[in-house]
Design a protein. Structure first.
Length: 79
């Protein structure tokens, strides 16, 4: 589900920044994060990554909020 993508990218970014991957996988991970955020693949700026990630997270959370608010609720008679 596309709306969840930023949450997965956030997790991948955390793993990458905390160096929880073997050194040989860090570059590939960073490039994949950049690709998913629509950044240049060679981007190494955490600031640019945070900015792009926060924008996508904000958009996704607004979409999730709309999904929750539009979800049909059961009336007391239906319970």
């Amino acid at each position: 589900m596309e709306v969840m993508k930023p949450l997965f990218v956030l997790y991948d970014f955390r793993v990458n920044v905390c160096h929880l991957l073997p050194a040989y996988k860090l570059e590939a991970s960073r490039r994949l994060i950049n690709e998913r955020l629509g950044l240049q693949l060679d981007n190494a700026s955490h600031e640019k990554t945070y900015d792009a990630l926060f924008l996508l997270l904000h958009t996704s959370l607004l979409e999730i909020e709309q999904m929750v608010l539009s979800w049909p609720t059961a009336s007391a008679d239906e319970c």
